[in-house]
Design a protein around this ligand. Structure first.
Ligand code: F6P
Ligand code: MG
Length: 465
């Protein structure tokens, strides 16, 4: 194993919570306290339905998370994480020093690197949970995730109906052109499924969400895809050379509606015979509010087979059950797999995936190298691909992903833009987007890149010199 032990340096500084013009600035001051208040509320609800040791621990959890919220709100020093028995605690704590201010003073919430401090926030919640006896498997965001799926009834049903009809027509005689068109459609659905990130719901209503999800909205949004390498991704799924297995990997983002669209994409890839296996990569802890955890597969299966899932008997229970059966069948055949790794929730950028000494990504990297295509869903995964760096927006994707550009992974990112970092734009495009955003009456001009209205889908074959 390659035992390199220090993180790869990034040539540009990371986005910072101290930059008044950045989304990190607003996130740290406005969104995180709200998210932590939601965690406290959820734990309090469960505590009031519990007794004995669980209730006692619930109260202690509330106290700890409230203290964390207080620190975030008051711009206090970020303290080293307490040990919860996992290897990554030491990595978090050494990054706390390494990424701290150059003068050696301690890192505070209001000026910390955005990516590091946001990962720390969710890891700190996990530490508190892991230190209990009765709450160890508790997902503080489970209620919100399921509610958001239920709140997406219109789009869930529309897609189930269309999928069942389509799969009845797939007979193995489709031309390459037809398959490519369908591939593009499912990629689009999965891309815009990423507009539903629950951590953004602190300022977006469910009605707005539904309008993002409908078919017409998706088509109208094509023009908002700023970088679109879908044709390269399609070529890659066909190319089994270089010892690639007939498999695609999806590094998941959000549960609920987005995961549902990822599953539909996976079912299509299997039902059409384009590939043999789909490997999903969830997070192993509650992460950025809505991210998929292993249990969310069972949650989805149960939701699909519950004829009353939307609070009333569903007219399309048959179509939902059809999807459920396909999903269960492929899972039991080992053709849909959930593969866990703690690498995805370390404080590191994905640049460290080859680094045997850090993050535990090395085995993952060895495994992913044989995949036809590795799809990274969502905003946070994109930030981790690009080190969440302050790259000029015209920087090429292969520059911004550093060593990943030559890591031998065929990497395809499907990301609606909800943060500052965006690369691969043509010269002058950023200025046009800022003008367009301002003309819509929105402020500040750079806010277009936080809004989730624009997207990027860059591909790399991992062979850059
Ligand atoms: O923009 C808000 C935010 O929480 C970012 O901090 C984070 O990158 C993103 O949303 C999470 O979005 P996604 O679920 O698409 O990764
Ligand atoms: Mg997410």
């Amino acid at each position: 194993m390659n035992m390199v032990s220090s993180p790869v340096a990034c040539p540009v500084p990371p986005c910072s919570n101290g930059d008044v013009d950045s989304f990190g600035f607003t996130s740290a001051r406005e969104r995180w306290p709200i998210i932590l208040a939601g965690v406290i509320d959820d734990i309090s609800r469960t505590t009031s339905d519990s007794d004995g040791k669980k209730a006692e621990e619930g109260k202690e959890l509330v106290r700890k998370i409230d203290a964390l919220r207080y620190d975030v709100e008051r711009d206090h020093v970020i303290q080293p994480l307490e040990d919860d028995g996992k290897e990554d605690i030491a990595w978090y704590n050494s990054e706390l020093k390494r990424q701290g201010p150059a003068d050696g003073s301690p890192m505070t919430w209001g000026k910390a690197p955005w990516l590091y401090s946001e990962c720390y926030l969710y890891r700190a919640v996990r530490v508190a949970i892991a230190q209990t006896n009765e709450w160890k498997d508790y997902d503080v965001f489970a209620r919100q995730k399921l509610d958001a799926f239920k709140g997406s009834e219109r789009a869930v049903v529309e897609l189930a109906v269309r999928y069942k009809a389509l799969s009845g027509q797939l007979d193995g005689n489709e031309t390459d052109e037809t398959l490519e068109l369908l591939f593009r459609e499912f990629i689009d659905i999965s891309l815009w499924g990423n507009a539903t990130d629950l951590s953004l719901l602190t300022n977006l209503t469910l009605d707005q969400l539904q309008s993002l999800q409908g078919k017409e909205a998706r088509q109208a949004s094509e023009k908002n895809i700023l970088v679109n390498d879908v044709h390269k991704a399609w070529a890659a799924v066909h190319d089994g050379s270089e010892g690639r297995t007939s498999r695609i990997d999806i590094v998941l983002d959000n549960a609920g509606f987005e995961f549902y669209t990822d599953v539909l994409f996976g079912l299509f890839m299997l039902d059409s015979g384009i590939i043999d296996t789909v490997v999903f990569h969830p997070k192993t802890i509650s992460w950025f509010v809505s991210d998929v955890m292993p249990v969310d597969l069972a949650v989805l299966v149960n939701a699909l087979k519950d004829t009353n899932v939307f609070g009333h008997p569903s007219e399309h229970a048959e179509e939902l059950a059809f999807l459920c059966d396909r999903l269960v069948e492929y899972s039991s055949e080992g053709r849909i797999i959930m593969r866990e790794s703690d690498f995805w929730t370390t404080p590191y950028a994905f640049w460290e995936i080859r680094n045997g000494g850090l993050g535990g990504g090395h085995e993952l990297w060895e495994d992913l190298k044989s995949s036809r295509l590795v799809i990274f869903k969502g905003d946070l995964n994109y930030r981790k691909l690009t080190y969440d760096g302050e790259w000029p927006k015209t920087t090429s994707f292969s520059t911004a992903i550093g060593p990943l550009a030559s890591a031998g992974l065929r990497l395809f990112s499907l990301r609606t833009c909800k943060a500052d970092v965006v690369v691969g734009l043509e010269t002058g495009r950023q200025e046009k987007l800022e003008a367009e955003w301002t003309a819509m009456g929105k402020k500040p001009p750079q806010g277009w890149s936080w809004s989730g209205k624009w997207a990027v889908m860059p591909f790399t074959d991992g062979k850059s010199a």
